[in-house]
Ligand binder design. Structure first.
Ligand code: F6P
Length: 543
């Protein structure tokens, strides 16, 4: 049935085309067009994106771009850049691009001023830290306390950029409320030379505040003489906060001058560019942090200005849409061939799944298309020896992103060549597989052929990064941020709220008293399963 609605018509055309493409093998596509690499690769700044191993043709791309155009993508992109409240369920603007924009490109003068002040606050603190005594001694250890978006970005980036790290400073990250995360760390730290950065946008997150209170008690108890001295206060000296909630941070005991603020319009998973990145700035120096911002800004400019056929973030989003909606992929693998990027899949899981893991559209109706696939991944080559069996011979269609570094970020050059050879080999093996005939020609035992053949046709995109510097990492992260934005528009959902995490948080608050006070018996208000488990736990505690 045809329709007058251009968006509906574009989706219908894509689904019809998918029927024709579903049985097409990547072998056939490469045999038909030996120039596939040239036709299906793009470059922006220091990132080359090869998507020739995706199961598509130029017709596919044309149809995908029709959906983008009919979705009003360029209009939404401008609305975000202009600071409109596109996060409609929270009535908030989406301002992470403003954090790295030149003043004249900020949505308004107040935002530009706020960003500049925050950056200056960070710069001055970074400059002072390496000379400033922390409770009488030089700061040797920085403990970043935060969770989710207040943890994953800085944690991942500090590890990714370890090669440029300040040699005299150790960085630690504690997110989990499990005492197993904080206790062993406190046991080996010297309180006199330790700085805690409490990072929480709301300053109300149970896990972060529990860890921060424990750290505060530890500092107070370890440095009584600092507290005894007139005018000196151990917590004030050994803590800083990064938050949007100044009142709560000062109520905790952190002086206002040591509170780094960022605005409501910066979502946790998009907040690395704000003072949430303070621990990263301390690790790699403020100039390294500004290089990260400039890399992201370069990708922003590309995203805003490049035409659709050259636009990396838009193309990456369209590939996801093609794989998920048209070819039916339910999961997506992320494989950085870089030990330094080991945490990149975890970071991306939050960015994508918290943004796109929705089933209701902007109008409140069930989604007509899309919703996030399940993201997973591991650093290569280690992942090859753990999860790749499923990719090569399992039944699931799992599109993958491979990330390769042209230049190593650590010495041992022959290791790097082996790493690259493996990354290239995996994407080729997944794409082309090995037929039973080829296996036979390789002298594979005929009796084992059913198990020794590789079907191939597993699609992938390879991102080749020039090298892992702050500037290039900034480009990479902004690329994925904008991909997420595009998918939100294409799937007609709000990528910037996260209501789904609220229910469990509230329930945990309700259940805590039953565990704290073993005598209290949960009433019929709780379900039988939870009641039974609480009773078993309390019985265990008493034993
Ligand atoms: O529980 C999810 C979440 O709300 C994330 O979106 C956020 O990044 C994280 O918790 C931490 O929140 P906050 O920075 O307010 O402590």
């Amino acid at each position: 049935m045809t329709t007058n609605n251009p968006l509906k018509a574009a989706w219908q055309a894509l689904y019809r085309h998918a029927e024709e493409m579903r049985a097409t093998h990547l072998r056939a596509l490469f045999a038909e067009d030996p120039q596939r690499f040239a036709a299906f690769s793009l470059q922006s700044g220091d990132i080359l994106m090869d998507f020739s191993k995706q199961r598509l043709t130029s017709v596919t791309l044309r149809l995908l771009r029709q959906i983008a155009s009919a979705s009003g993508l360029s209009c939404w992109r401008q609305r975000m850049a202009d600071g409109n409240a596109i996060n409609h369920t929270e009535n908030r603007a989406v301002l992470h691009m403003a954090l790295r924009a030149p003043a004249q490109a900020a949505p308004d003068a107040a935002t530009a001023r706020e960003v500049a002040e925050n950056l200056e606050h960070m710069r001055a603190f970074c400059a002072a830290l390496h000379t400033q005594p922390g409770g009488g001694e030089r700061v040797t250890d920085v403990v970043h306390l935060g969770i989710g978006g207040s943890d994953l970005g800085p944690r991942m980036a500090v590890q990714a950029l370890a090669a440029c790290q300040h040699p005299d400073l150790r960085l630690h990250f504690v997110a989990n409320v499990d005492g197993a995360a904080l206790a062993p760390l406190l046991a080996r730290l010297n309180p006199r030379s330790t700085l805690f950065i409490v990072v929480s946008k709301t300053f109300a997150t149970q896990e972060t505040l529990t860890n921060a209170r424990t750290a505060r008690e530890w500092v107070d108890a370890s440095l009584p003489e600092t507290n005894a001295r007139a005018g000196a206060d151990a917590v004030a000296r050994h803590f800083v906060a990064v938050t949007s909630n100044l009142a709560a941070a000062t109520a905790f005991g952190i002086p206002a001058a040591r509170v780094f603020l960022f605005g409501e319009g910066v979502g946790g998973r998009f907040s690395l560019w704000s003072p949430v990145g303070l621990s990263l700035a301390l690790a790699i120096g403020f100039s390294g942090f500004t290089a990260l911002l400039s890399g992201a800004r370069q990708m922003d400019a590309h995203f805003l200005e490049a035409p659709p056929e050259k636009n990396l973030p838009l193309t990456l989003a369209l590939l996801d849409l093609w794989n998920a909606d048209a070819l039916g992929a339910h999961s997506h693998g992320i494989f950085p061939y870089s030990q330094s990027l080991e945490l990149f899949p975890a970071y991306l899981q939050q960015l994508e799944m918290e943004s796109l893991g929705k089933s209701v559209d902007r109008q409140g109706a069930p989604l007509a298309h899309g919703g996030s696939p399940i993201l997973w991944g591991a650093a290569g080559t280690s992942g090859q020896h753990a999860v790749f069996q499923l990719l090569h011979q399992g039944r699931a269609l799992v599109p993958c992103d491979f990330l390769l570094l042209k230049h190593a970020d650590f010495p041992l050059p022959d290791h790097h060549l082996r790493l690259l050879a493996n990354g290239l080999a995996q994407s080729a093996a997944l794409a082309f597989g090995e037929t039973p005939e080829e296996a036979r020609a390789r002298q594979v035992d005929a009796a084992l052929l059913p198990w020794r053949a590789f079907p191939g046709n597993q699609p992938s995109t390879t991102l080749l990064l020039e090298r892992l510097t702050p500037h290039v990492l900034g480009q990479l992260l902004a690329l994925y941020e904008h991909k997420v934005f595009c998918l939100g528009v294409l799937w007609n959902l709000n990528a910037f709220d996260q209501w789904g995490v609220e229910l469990g948080k509230k329930m945990a608050q309700r259940l805590l008293p039953y565990l704290e006070d073993e005598g209290e018996t949960p009433g019929a208000v709780l379900d039988a399963s939870t009641r039974g488990l609480i009773a078993a736990l309390n019985a265990g505690c008493a034993a």
